[in-house]
Design a binder for this molecule. Structure first.
Ligand code: ARG
Length: 459
């Protein structure tokens, strides 16, 4: 008979069992479930709700079950629905009536809420550690490339010269924000729901605070209806994970572009590329593409969870069982993508000569040429027009601004003199952008140090 079978006269259809059972996926929360139960049992004993001997036997047996699960000795049963009832069933099999006392003052509704919160807390910490490794890797690449000039783009058109370091550090900023978002979600996940019962708490004198402390939570939930219904933290985590994937995906798109023959800015290590079954010359950036592709499924889990929750009346509804596969798959996906990306970028070889040449071609110094005129007293709008004419002249004559003779420059504006050449070299263009946030090696080195301090504090 099912643990809840008392009021039923017929057993469930076996396909129904299969349909509504969650053990195939929620078994990954076995440790959280058992740890929560051990804390609950101890509290029941201390409060005199069950005897201390019973509490101790329950705790001891739960520890044995945990060990047996870890040693692969436990086979879960689909008929027992979920991890909560599987553990309880095994407990009762082992210690009979005493085991039946564990669920006093508790419901699977607050139990599952506790388990997901505990699971989520661990996952947030793991993912933050992976993000820190990525930031450290990017910061190192930046350190080696503070003078590696490359074109910066807008509209994927060459715009102004920057450095590879500047580009890498842009992603460091994104991943630092991702950590901040997860840290923030952690705070709201770190609230202990046990004691909410099925929805309206319980008549037993539970000591919720002691369970909260024992399980390492910050505080307890303040309304039992909310305690069992709240999955905001799942949505927040899924949202933070979606943003991580969005950042990775943008970066991957650049890796795909940069490793093409058209760009040739980067050569991926053989270990992070694949070949074609038909075209012998191919070396494809599959890992980058796959990460870009997997972004969609994480977004899907965010939208799926938001949609699953949107029509639910208070308090618990079985729809909420759908939160777990979404969260688990999003977590698994991010935990696979982050290390693959980190290793891919760590082993990539940047073709700095091609980057430099691309920055030199494509008039990335045009703004600086206009700025030079402004510094001679010309209003910016006029300078813009003069340089526009110069660029057109260069396009028609297949040359670049710095390769024009002084006579050619003066033919367009008499203001030009020798000193313009130095001002519009790509090196100078980068060096001169020395405002905070800019690509100048001086500023970038300071930012690299800031990141090192951040990493030291976070690790
Ligand atoms: N497996 C269920 C879930 O994941 C546990 C809670 C079940 N509660 C209930 N009243 N059916 O949501």
């Amino acid at each position: 008979m099912k643990l809840w079978g008392g009021r039923f006269t017929k057993s469930t259809d076996s396909f129904t069992d299969h349909f509504h059972s969650s053990i195939s996926f929620d078994q990954r929360m076995y440790k959280e479930d058992i740890t929560g139960s051990i804390a609950h049992a101890g509290m029941l004993g201390r409060q005199g709700i069950i005897s201390m001997e019973d509490a101790e036997l329950i705790q001891k047996t739960l520890k044995e079950i945990l060990e047996d699960i870890e040693n692969g000795k436990v086979v879960f049963d689909e008929k027992a629905e979920d991890i909560h009832m599987n553990v309880e069933t095994i407990l009762i099999e082992r210690i009979g009536d005493v085991g039946k006392r564990l669920h006093t003052g508790r419901s699977r509704n607050d139990q599952v809420a506790l388990d997901i919160r505990m699971y989520s807390k661990t996952q947030i910490k793991d993912i933050n550690a992976l993000l820190l490794e990525l930031i450290e890797t990017l910061n190192k690449i930046a350190e080696e490339n503070t003078r590696t000039i490359m074109p910066g783009y807008t509209h994927l058109q060459r715009a102004q010269p920057i450095t590879l370091a500047h580009h890498m550090l842009a992603y460091c900023e994104m991943f630092k924000r991702d950590i901040a978002r997860l840290d923030d979600a952690y705070g709201r996940t770190n609230v202990m729901p046990l004691g909410s019962g099925a929805l309206a708490s319980t008549t037993y004198p539970l000591d919720r605070q002691s369970v909260c402390e024992e399980l390492g939570f910050d505080s307890i939930t303040l309304d039992s209806l909310d305690g069992v219904s709240d999955r905001d933290f799942c949505v927040e985590i899924l949202s933070a994970l979606s943003i991580i994937m969005m950042h990775l995906s943008r970066f991957c798109e650049e890796i795909v572009l940069w490793s093409s023959h058209e760009f040739k800015f980067v050569e991926l290590d053989d270990a992070y590329s694949t070949g074609s079954s038909i075209m012998p010359q191919k070396k494809n950036p599959d890992m980058a593409e796959l990460i870009r592709g997997k972004t969609g499924r994480v977004y899907g889990h965010l939208m799926g969870t938001l949609t699953m929750l949107k029509g639910l009346p208070l308090a618990y509804n079985k729809d909420m069982q759908e939160d777990k596969e979404a969260l688990f798959d999003a977590v698994d996906t991010v935990k696979m993508c982050l290390p693959v990306f980190t290793n891919m970028i760590k082993t990539a070889v940047f073709n700095t000569a091609n980057m430099y040449n691309a920055a030199k071609g494509g008039f990335t110094n045009a703004t600086d040429a206009a700025d030079w005129l402004v510094k001679q007293g010309m209003p910016f709008r006029d300078a813009h027009a003069v340089i526009g004419q110069l660029v057109l002249y260069c396009i028609n004559n297949n040359t670049s601004i710095e390769d024009l003779s002084l006579d050619e420059l003066r033919a367009i504006s008499p203001v030009f003199d020798e000193s313009v050449y130095e001002a519009i070299s790509v090196e100078k263009c980068v060096e001169a952008r020395n405002v905070p946030g800019g690509p100048s090696p001086e500023y970038i080195k300071a930012l690299i140090e800031t990141n090192k301090k951040y990493l030291a504090e976070k690790k």
